[in-house]
Design a protein around this ligand. Structure first.
Ligand code: KPL
Length: 312
């Protein structure tokens, strides 16, 4: 039985998870800065639900020294996951199960290697965004998949999937989470950097001025996926399959402002290291060139550098 959860990182998915699990389990949201405990969830149907959530800063948590939880969900951005875990690690028994909700493939293999307890990874297409310190909008339902990279914790993944599903987070325990994380990473790599750098909505990638560049990026990603032995989901094969998939996601999310664009606009670092990093590393290992991905990474790095200069 999983009766208590800590959620580390009160971003959109973290808060949605907290609202969903709060009626079923003891819950604590751990935040870097104080947030109102009265939190508002707007459902996909537009209904507003107000819930008091136990939200504590890391410092308050240390003062209150609560009993360690049955599971810790890390819902920070990819590049903050390891530091977030480090800020809590000494309060957690080394056997505490972790669930990593990050995009890309950076913190997942590292934390799996270094944490003694079970490390599960989750990938979700739930749509959510924040409306301030006390509000999250659940924009749309989407499936969630959970599993561990070495397939050693299937029973725990099943237990968590059942509880998450009961909480309204439709979740399936899977044995191929590695493949699913890379499939999502491929789609994110093909869309996010381009729309972020051009400052456009996803659907604008279909414009003639961006289409060629997008296709060139997708082809590089497809070659790397081929080398990694990862096919697109839904039965597509190779380059044609990846092209079809990415353009379908562009169509389905045409009005979206991608997360990387939101990050740049908000002056935050992007998830480029977690999304483009593993692809460039894989290309190097397999002797593939990926000039487009490297160029996007360089451009994002200089945008982030410029932001850093402005905030100093
Ligand atoms: O997941 C996404 C993101 O914004 O990070 C995409 C697929 C690009 C949709 O916006």
């Amino acid at each position: 039985m999983i009766t208590s959860h800590w959620i580390l990182g009160p971003g959109a998915i973290g808060r949605l998870l907290a609202h969903s699990l709060a009626p079923l389990a003891n819950l604590c949201v751990v935040s870097r800065r104080p947030l109102p405990i009265q939190q508002i969830l707007t459902t996909p149907e537009g209904e507003q639900k107000v819930q008091r959530l136990d939200i504590l800063t890391v410092e308050k948590l240390a003062e209150q020294a609560p009993v360690a939880p049955d599971a810790v969900h890390i819902t920070t951005k990819a590049m903050a996951a390891e530091a977030a875990l480090a800020s809590l690690a000494e309060r957690l028994p080394a056997t505490t199960p972790l669930v990593l909700w990050q995009n890309g493939f950076l913190s997942q293999p590292r934390i799996t290697r270094t944490w003694a307890g079970p490390v599960l990874c989750a990938t979700t297409t739930q749509g959510a965004y924040l409306t301030g310190d006390d509000g999250v909008v659940h924009a749309g339902h989407g499936p969630t998949f959970i599993g561990d990279l070495n397939n050693r914790h299937g029973a725990l993944a099943t237990l968590l999937a059942q509880q998450l599903t009961q909480a309204g987070f439709e979740t399936t325990a899977v044995v191929d989470i590695h493949q699913r994380l890379w499939q999502k990473l491929a789609v994110n790599a093909a869309i996010n950097p381009l729309v972020a750098l051009h400052g456009i909505r996803n659907g604008e990638l279909r414009n003639a001025s961006y289409q060629g560049q997008a296709n060139a990026v997708i082809k590089e990603v497809a070659a790397i996926m081929q080398a990694e032995g990862i096919q697109p989901p839904g039965g597509g094969q190779g380059e044609t399959g990846w092209l079809a998939l990415v353009w379908q996601v562009v169509e389905n999310t045409a009005g979206n402002k991608a997360s990387m664009l939101q990050d740049l606009e908000a002056g935050r670092p992007t998830e480029r290291k977690a999304i483009l990093g593993p692809l460039m590393q894989s290309a190097a290992q397999h002797g593939l060139t990926c000039k487009n991905l490297e160029q996007l990474d360089d451009q994002l790095a200089s945008e982030e550098g410029a932001i850093h200069q402005r905030v100093l």
